[in-house]
Design a protein around this ligand. Structure first.
Ligand SMILES: [Cu+2]
Length: 179
């Protein structure tokens, strides 16, 4: 058993996550996948790190290269690992889960679907298709529940409007995260 399993009196272990890869079409072992090579070219590199701080916040950082130049992409942490289709990644990871959300109707309530309760990493690329983004959220991840992936969407920014909050169009690429 990991030693952390006995620390019931102490703080919950804080979890870091990492993902890194070059986009390929979906495959059994693919960890960095493009579902739309015209918007997320095969061979584009995607790196993400999610690191807790000592003061109860978590900072996530995204770096991309060889995406389309001078374009913005909406990006978020999702609950599941990447799979054969973009839908495999599940809904957005939420620290406080929207009780009204269902698999058929994901959370679009801005009280829950917002960049303090979710991890949003919308990114803008330069003339070479490279870009970075980062966000700091007011919670830490624990072993009991962590995001499984970072999803890049077709939209150029994430909606914040009631009833549309968090929406960002089709899922065009995905990077699986691991501890
Ligand atoms: Cu998303």
């Amino acid at each position: 058993m990991p030693s952390t399993s006995n620390q019931s009196q102490g703080p919950a272990p804080r979890v870091s996550l990492f993902g890194n890869g070059t986009l390929t079409p979906p495959g059994a072992t693919a960890k960095a996948i493009t579902y739309n090579p015209s918007l997320a070219p095969t061979g584009a590199a995607v790196t993400a790190i999610v690191v807790p701080s000592s003061n109860g916040t978590t900072t996530a950082t995204l770096a991309v290269s060889s995406l389309l130049p001078n374009r913005s992409y909406a990006v978020h942490a999702h609950t599941e690992a990447c799979g054969a289709t973009g839908e495999a990644a599940g809904p957005h990871f939420q620290n406080h889960e929207d009780p009204a959300a269902t698999p058929q109707a994901p959370s679009t309530n801005p009280e829950y679907a917002n960049p303090k309760n979710e991890i949003w990493l919308d990114v803008h690329t330069d003339a070479a298709g490279a870009g970075t983004s980062s966000t700091t959220v007011p919670f830490v991840l624990t072993d009991s529940r962590v995001p499984g992936s970072i999803v890049i969407h077709e939209a150029t920014q994430t909606s914040t409007a009631p009833g549309q909050a968090g929406e960002a169009g089709a899922r065009i690429a995905c990077l699986t995260l691991a501890k």
